[in-house]
Design a binder for this molecule. Structure first.
Ligand code: SF4
Ligand code: SF4
Length: 424
C-alpha cells in the first residue's frame, strides 16, 4: 500500500485514532477471509479493495474533486436516489457504521441507549476516523427511525448534513411526499454541482446503478445452489464494498467473479460440503466492517446463503424502470423504487414478511437467523410477525439481538451451534 498519511492528514483525519482503528484490520481480515478454503479467484480483487480501503479509493475521489462540479456525497440509506449524484458526474458513497471502535466515540455525543449503527457512524465523524466522511462534500441523512432522525441534527454540527424525509406508508400522500423529496434532492445536487440534470444524463446514471444491482442479483443467484460456490462472508463483503467502489468497475469485477461461480456450479464445486445447513439472515443492515454473525454461523458449520437486509437483497432487488425517456417520468420511476423496498420504516410492512418467505424457498433455506441490533425498535418489533409466519411455514428461526462488540460472541456461538444442530 502506498503512503497515504499526508492525504489523510490534509483531509483532517485524526491520524492517531485512524492508526488505532486500522491496526487490527489486516490480521482480522486474514483470519476471517483470506484463510477460507477454496475461495474463488475473483475474490482477489475484493481483497485488494479491502487492503486499500482507506487509500486508493479515497485518492480517486479526491482526484475526481479536482473538477469542482463533481461532488462526493455520503449516504446511509438505500432509499437515497444516488442516480441524481451520478447524473452530475459525482460519486455517492455508503458510509460505514459497523465498527465497535467508533461506538464509544459516538456515545460522547449521543445517549448510550441507541443502536450501535447510529453511534458507530457518528463516532467515525466525531473521532475523525473515516477519510470517506472527510472527503464527502455533504452527507444525506434520512428519517428512517427516531434515532437516525435526531442523530442527524447532531451530525450536522460536525459535517453538512442534508436530510430526506422518508415515506412511512404507501398511500397517495406518501408517494407525493417522496416524489417531492426526490425533486428537492435533484435541486440540491444541481445547486451543489452547478449543473443541470438532463434526461440523457439521468438515463446513463440509472443504467449505471441498475447494472450494479443486476450483477449483485446474479451473485445472489449463484448462492441459491447447493453446494454453494461462495461463502456468505465473501458475498456479504462484496455487497458492503458495492457501496464504496466505482460503480462501473465494481460491476465489471463482480461480473467476472459471477462467471467463475457459474463455472463452479456447472462442475458441482462448492466452498462448503453439500448439505451444510443453509441460513438466511434477515434484519438490520450490516455495514462494513460488521462480519460477526456471518463469522459465527460459518465457523459453526452453517452457510449463509442470503441476507434480507439493506446490505443484502433490499439494496439491489428493486431496479429503477429504465423505459421512461422524459425527465418527469424518470423522476417518477426513481421515486417509485424506494416505495418497492420493504424497509421496516413502513407501516404496515407485510411485504417484508412475504419477501422472507419467498427467499426461504428461492435459496433453499433450512433456518432463519433474525438479526437485530440492540435498541432497533423497527426491526425488533417486526420479529413477532416474521416468527409467526415462519413457524406457520415450518421454518426454524432464531432471534439474535446483539451489538458490534465481541462480549457476547461466545454465548452467540453456543446458541448458533445448537440451532444448526437442530437443522441437521
Ligand atoms: S433499513 Fe430502511 S432506512 Fe435503513 S438503510 Fe435500509 S432502507 Fe434505508
Ligand atoms: S438499525 Fe434500527 S435503530 Fe439503528 S438506524 Fe437502523 S432502523 Fe434505526
Amino acid at each position: 500500500m502506498s503512503d497515504y498519511r499526508k492525504m489523510w492528514q490534509d483531509l483532517g483525519v485524526n491520524l492517531e485514532k485512524h492508526d488505532e482503528f486500522l491496526a487490527p484490520v489486516p490480521s482480522l481480515y486474514g483470519d476471517l477471509f483470506v484463510s477460507q478454503q477454496n475461495r474463488p479467484e475473483g475474490m482477489k480483487y475484493f481483497d485488494f479493495v479491502m487492503s486499500e480501503v482507506h487509500g486508493l479509493r479515497v485518492k480517486e475521489l479526491l482526484d475526481m474533486k479536482d473538477d469542482p462540479s463533481k461532488k462526493v456525497v455520503g449516504a446511509f440509506c438505500v432509499f437515497v436516489p444516488e442516480e441524481l449524484v451520478l447524473a452530475t458526474g459525482g460519486a455517492c458513497i455508503g458510509l460505514c457504521g459497523g465498527a465497535q471502535y467508533s461506538v464509544p466515540i459516538g456515545e460522547k455525543v449521543l445517549p448510550r441507549a441507541m443502536c450501535p449503527l447510529i453511534k458507530s457512524s457518528l463516532g467515525f465523524k466525531v473521532g475523525g476516523v473515516c477519510p470517506y466522511f472527510e472527503v464527502a462534500d455533504f452527507v444525506v441523512g434520512e428519517t428512517t427511525c427516531d434515532g437516525k432522525k435526531k442523530a442527524y441534527e447532531v451530525l450536522n454540527e460536525y459535517h453538512p448534513t442534508y436530510v430526506m424525509e422518508l415515506p412511512q406508508k404507501r398511500d397517495q400522500a406518501d408517494k407525493e411526499l417522496w416524489l417531492k423529496e426526490v425533486y428537492a434532492f435533484k435541486d440540491k445536487m444541481e445547486a451543489e454541482a452547478g449543473k443541470t440534470i438532463t434526461a440523457e444524463k439521468l438515463t446513463a446514471a440509472v443504467k449505471l446503478a441498475n447494472d450494479r444491482r443486476r450483477v449483485l442479483q446474479r451473485l445472489y443467484d449463484a448462492r441459491k445452489v447447493d453446494p454453494v460456490p461462495i461463502s456468505g462472508k465473501d458475498a456479504a463483503l462484496i455487497t458492503q464494498l458495492a457501496f464504496f467502489d466505482d460503480p462501473a468497475r465494481f460491476t465489471e469485477k463482480t461480473t467476472a467473479l459471477c462467471a467463475e461461480l457459474e463455472q463452479r456450479i456447472e462442475k458441482g464445486e462448492g466452498v462448503f460440503p453439500k448439505g451444510a445447513p443453509r441460513i438466511l439472515i434477515t434484519g438490520t443492515p450490516m455495514p462494513l466492517p460488521s462480519w460477526k454473525m456471518h463469522n459465527i454461523i460459518e465457523s459453526s458449520g452453517g452457510v449463509v446463503v442470503c441476507e434480507e437486509s439493506c446490505t443484502g437483497t433490499r439494496y439491489f432487488e428493486t431496479l429503477v424502470d429504465e423505459t421512461p425517456t422524459t425527465l418527469p417520468e424518470q423522476m417518477e420511476a426513481l421515486s417509485q423504487r424506494a416505495l418497492n423496498i420493504n424497509c421496516a420504516c413502513y407501516t404496515p410492512n407485510t411485504g417484508r414478511i412475504d419477501d422472507i418467505l419467498r427467499m426461504v424457498k428461492e435459496y433453499n433455506v433450512d433456518g432463519v437467523v433474525y438479526y437485530s441490533l440492540q435498541f432497533c425498535h423497527t426491526y425488533g418489533i417486526e420479529y413477532r410477525a416474521a416468527e409467526k409466519a415462519l413457524q406457520q411455514a415450518g421454518v426454524p428461526v432464531i432471534r439474535i439481538e446483539t451489538d458490534y462488540s465481541d462480549e457476547d460472541s461466545g454465548q452467540l456461538q453456543t446458541r448458533i451451534q445448537a440451532f444448526l444442530e437442530m437443522l441437521k
